[in-house]
Design a protein around this ligand. Structure first.
Ligand SMILES: [Zn+2]
Ligand SMILES: [Zn+2]
Length: 287
């Protein structure tokens, strides 16, 4: 009887061990790409030499001949993957602007969507018709119906919740905010971080703080929609001084930042203010 009991407990222990190992292995797999809040060892060796950012969609004009419309989208080159950050509000305008800027949609590997508003995801469907082979990195909290709609094209969807490395030197802040959930993109270059925001609904200062928490490096440039249209000049000036205190070297507010904020940023940042609109190309080697 004792022997049988012994054998029985041995079997139970073995099953438990096997289950435990499989479970921890699968948890390991789920965490792939996610990085710790205080950074990973790879963070400093994965910096990229330089990046080239082209604004493909914005409500501000930079280059003649391109169409403006409410929304934001930009193309990021220089890392191991070519990335389209957001898709603007309208696919025909996005694709037409890309064509005029000589951007081949088939050469784009990844799309990162900042948040669910139509002026950032409106161009997605039309884009996927031209290149369904991209991977779409989106906030995990996006509705399942929207994710299934993307998968309908045969496109892979990647949920982002925690800060993660998207490819070498390129990171997502992970989901931020409470009401409107948003992720921002971080490009880690030899000269410091470039932080790109969609609408910055969680707050531009909070986003930069988060980026600094993840990467622990200086901020070369913050650009994108800063969502300051509803703020007073005084509030905007406080935000500018917070960014300056965080040693943000260059600032490029566009899209939903508001004309007043753009003016105030230009006044405070002077030669380090970057006037951004559709067609603007920024290369970090020039900064
Ligand atoms: Zn928005
Ligand atoms: Zn927006």
């Amino acid at each position: 009887m004792g022997k049988i009991l012994g054998l029985f407990s041995l079997i139970i222990i073995s099953i438990g061990l096997i289950l435990g190992i499989t479970l921890s292995l699968s948890q390991e797999k789920d965490k792939k790409g996610e990085i710790m809040e205080n950074g990973s060892e790879n963070i400093n060796i994965n910096k990229i030499k330089e990046t080239n950012i082209t604004v493909t969609f914005d409500n501000n004009q930079y280059k003649d001949g391109l169409k403006t419309s409410w929304g934001f989208s930009c193309l990021i080159k220089g890392a191991e993957k070519t990335i389209l950050f957001d898709t603007g509000g309208d696919d025909s305008i996005l694709l037409e602007n890309m064509k005029k800027l000589e951007i081949d949609s088939e050469k784009i590997d990844l799309i990162v969507l900042s948040h669910i508003h139509g002026d950032h995801i409106g161009g997605l469907d039309g884009f996927l018709k031209t290149n369904p082979k991209v991977y779409v990195y989106l906030p995990k909290s996006f509705p399942t119906s929207l994710k299934r709609n993307i998968e309908k094209y045969g496109t892979k969807v990647v949920d982002v919740q925690k800060p993660m490395e998207i490819c070498k030197g390129i990171y997502s802040t992970g989901e931020l905010g409470t009401w409107i959930i948003e992720q921002s993109l971080i490009i880690h270059t030899n000269k410091g971080m470039v932080v790109i925001t969609g609408c910055a609904h969680p707050g531009i200062v909070k986003i930069v703080e988060k980026a600094k928490n993840i990467i622990k490096d200086k901020v070369l440039l913050v650009m994108g929609g800063f969502h300051l249209g509803n703020k007073s000049s005084k509030q905007i000036e406080t935000i500018i001084s917070s960014l300056k205190n965080m040693e943000v070297k260059y600032a490029g507010p566009c899209h939903c930042s508001g004309d007043n904020a753009r003016k105030l940023f230009e006044k405070e940042y002077q030669k380090n203010y970057i006037n951004i609109g559709v067609g603007k190309v920024i290369n970090t080697k020039d900064l």
